[in-house]
Design a protein around this ligand. Sequence first.
Ligand SMILES: [Zn+2]
Ligand SMILES: [Zn+2]
Length: 206
Amino acid sequence: MEKINDVICIESLNMDSNSYIIDNILVDTGTGLNSDYLYSKLNDLKIKKDDIEMIVNTHSHYDHTGGNYLFPNAKIAIHELDALAIEHKNDPLTASTIFHHDLKRHDVDLKLRDGDTVGSFKVIHTPGHTPGGISLWDGEILISGDTVFADGFGRLDIGGNHDDMEKSLNKLRKLDVKYLLPGHGFWVDNGKEHIEANYNLFINNF
Ligand SMILES: [Zn+2]
Ligand SMILES: [Zn+2]
C-alpha cells in the first residue's frame, strides 16, 4: 500500500480492481471474492469495515462493484447511467457473467453526475468503457477507473463506445494530472504524459 497525498492505494488481487481510500470513502471494492485480502489491508490501516461511510464505484463492472456487499453500512455512489446496471439483477453491464458470479448488492444511494463532488474530489463523467464511467479529480490526482490506465485504456466491448472513449480521453489529457491512479495496474506520477500517450495510441489504432 502507498499513500499519495490523502489517497491510500490498495493494489488489486487476482481479478479485482485496485481500491482507493479517501478518508471514509472507498473507491471501488473489487470482485468481493478476495474479502480476506481487502479486510486485512483495512486492518493494517486500522480501518474497520463499518468505518467506510461511502463507496464510490467508478463504473458498474463486477470487478469494481462485486465487493460492495462487504461494507453493509456504506452508502453506494455511482454515476446515474451505470446505477441502472447495479439495480437490475444480472444486467450485462455489470459483466458479472464473465466472472461467473452474481452481484450480491444492488442498492444505489447516490446517483452521481458530472461536476458533483466526492470528498475533495470532483466527479468527471468519462464514458467510453461504460456509459456511466467516472473519474475523480482533485487538481493533482486523477482516479480514472477503467477509462485510462498507466499503459493503455479500457476495453470497449462490455458496454463501451468508441466515440465516447475518444472524447473522454481528450477531456482527461487536458488536465494537469500529476498522479494517475487507475482501476488496474500501477499508479504512476507524470500522469499527464501517460494519458497523452494513451490518447495517441487510441486515435492512431482505433
Ligand atoms: Zn476493471
Ligand atoms: Zn471495467
